[in-house]
Design a protein around this ligand. Structure first.
Ligand code: C2E
Ligand code: MG
Ligand code: MG
Ligand code: MG
Length: 298
C-alpha cells in the first residue's frame, strides 16, 4: 500500500512524495501512540462509558441504554472506539478493557436502579476476540455476582460476523450466556452475510437494524424495503426489532408506521456521560413505568 502511494507520489513530483509521507507518518504514529499507551490508560482509569438510550416506540419510554466506550487520552483528547477497539483486539488488551466495560456498565445500571429506574437494562457491545478468546462466561458470572446485577437486565450486542467467525463455538458460549438470563441483540443487522441457520441455534432476543439502512429510509426504496423486511421477519420470528441511527422525525415516522419496536439515535439522544444520561432517563418515564410493572407483579 505504501509502495503504491510512493509510486503515485513520484509520478506527481517531489512535493507530493513529502505530502504522502507526512500523511502516512502522522496516521501510523497516531496508531502507534494509541496502541502503546493503552496499558497505561487502563492502569490510570482513562476509559469512560457513554450511554445512549433505547426508546420503546409504543410507550414512548426509555427501556434500556447502550454503553459505548470512550478513552479520555491525556495527549490525544477524547477518542472514539473506532480508533482503539481493533488495536485493543490485536494486543489482547480487549479482554481487560471488555471486563472493565462490563463491570462499569453493570455498576452504573445498579445505581440507576436504586434511583428508581427499576426495569432499566443496559447493553454492552462484545467484539469477536472477547467471544472467542476470553473466559467470557466465567467473567460474566463473576461481574453479575459482584455488582448484584440481575442477568435479565443485561444485554449483549454482537454482530453477525462475530458469530460467523466460529459459529459452533459462538453458539455454545451464547447458550451459556442466555442461560444466565442475559439478552442477545444482533448488532448492525443486515450488513453481515445471512446466518439465520446459526441464529436459530441460540435464543436471540433482538435484531438491530443497521444505521446505513435508516439513513435514507424515507427516500431510498431499497433501504425502506430492507428495513421493513427486517421488521416483518423479526415480528414473525417473535424477536424485537430496534433501529439505530435515527436522526430525523421522518425516519421516526417511517419506523413507527412499520411497527418497529424500539429506536435509538441522535433524535432521541446522543450517547452521554452517566450524569447527563440520567436527566434524559428521568424525562422519559422509565422509573414510573418500571415501578408500575413491578407493583403489578407483586
Ligand atoms: P455500534 O454498537 O453499532 O454503535 C453505534 C454507533 O453509532 C456508536 O458509535 C454511536 O455513537 C453511533 N450513533 C448513535 N446514534 C447515532 C445517530 O443517530 N447517527 C449516527 N450517525 N451515529 C449514531 P461509537 O460510540 O463511535 O461506537 C462505534 C462502534 O464501536 C460501536 O458500534 C461498537 O461496535 C464499538 N464499541 C463501542 N463501545 C464498545 C465496547 O465497549 N466494546 C466493544 N467491543 N466495542 C465497542
Ligand atoms: Mg451496539
Ligand atoms: Mg450497531
Ligand atoms: Mg455499528
Amino acid at each position: 500500500k505504501a509502495d503504491i502511494a510512493m509510486y503515485h507520489a513520484k509520478a506527481l513530483g517531489r512535493n507530493n512524495i513529502q505530502f504522502y509521507n507526512d500523511g502516512m507518518d502522522q496516521n501510523s504514529s497516531r496508531r502507534f501512540t494509541i496502541a502503546n499507551s493503552m496499558r497505561r490508560g487502563l492502569d490510570r482509569g482513562e476509559f469512560r462509558l457513554y450511554y445512549q438510550p433505547k426508546l420503546d416506540v409504543s410507550s414512548d419510554c426509555i427501556v434500556a441504554t447502550e454503553a459505548l466506550v470512550r478513552w479520555q487520552h491525556p495527549e490525544l483528547g477524547l477518542l472514539a472506539p473506532t480508533e482503539f477497539i481493533q488495536l485493543a483486539e490485536e494486543s489482547g488488551l480487549i479482554v481487560e478493557l471488555g471486563e472493565w466495560v462490563l463491570r462499569e456498565a453493570c455498576r452504573q445500571n445498579m445505581v440507576w436502579r436504586q434511583e428508581g429506574m427499576r426495569g432499566l437494562r443496559v447493553a454492552v457491545n462484545l467484539s469477536g476476540y472477547q467471544l472467542q478468546h476470553s473466559r467470557l462466561v466465567e467473567t460474566v458470572r463473576k461481574v453479575l455476582d459482584e455488582t448484584g446485577m440481575p442477568g435479565e437486565l443485561l444485554e449483549f450486542e454482537i454482530t453477525e460476523s462475530v458469530i460467523m467467525q466460529n459459529p459452533d463455538y459462538a453458539v455454545e458460549v451464547l447458550n451459556e450466556i442466555t442461560n444466565l438470563g442475559i439478552h442477545i441483540s444482533i448488532d448492525d443487522f443486515g450488513t453481515g452475510y445471512s446466518s439465520l441457520a446459526h441464529l436459530k441455534r441460540f435464543s436471540v432476543n433482538t435484531l438491530k437494524i443497521d444505521k446505513s439502512f435508516v439513513r435514507d429510509v424515507e427516500n431510498n426504496t431499497t433501504d425502506a424495503a430492507i428495513a421493513s423486511a427486517i421488521i416483518a421477519m423479526g415480528s414473525s420470528l417473535n424477536l424485537k426489532v430496534i433501529a439505530e441511527g435515527v436522526e430525523t422525525e421522518q425516519q421516526m415516522d417511517f419506523l413507527r408506521d412499520n411497527n418497529c419496536d424500539q429506536v435509538q439515535g441522535f433524535l432521541i439522544s446522543r450517547p452521554l456521560p452517566a450524569d447527563q444520561a440520567l436527566k434524559v432517563l428521568r424525562q422519559k418515564c422509565i422509573g414510573e413505568l418500571a415501578q408500575g410493572r413491578e407493583a403489578l407483579k407483586e
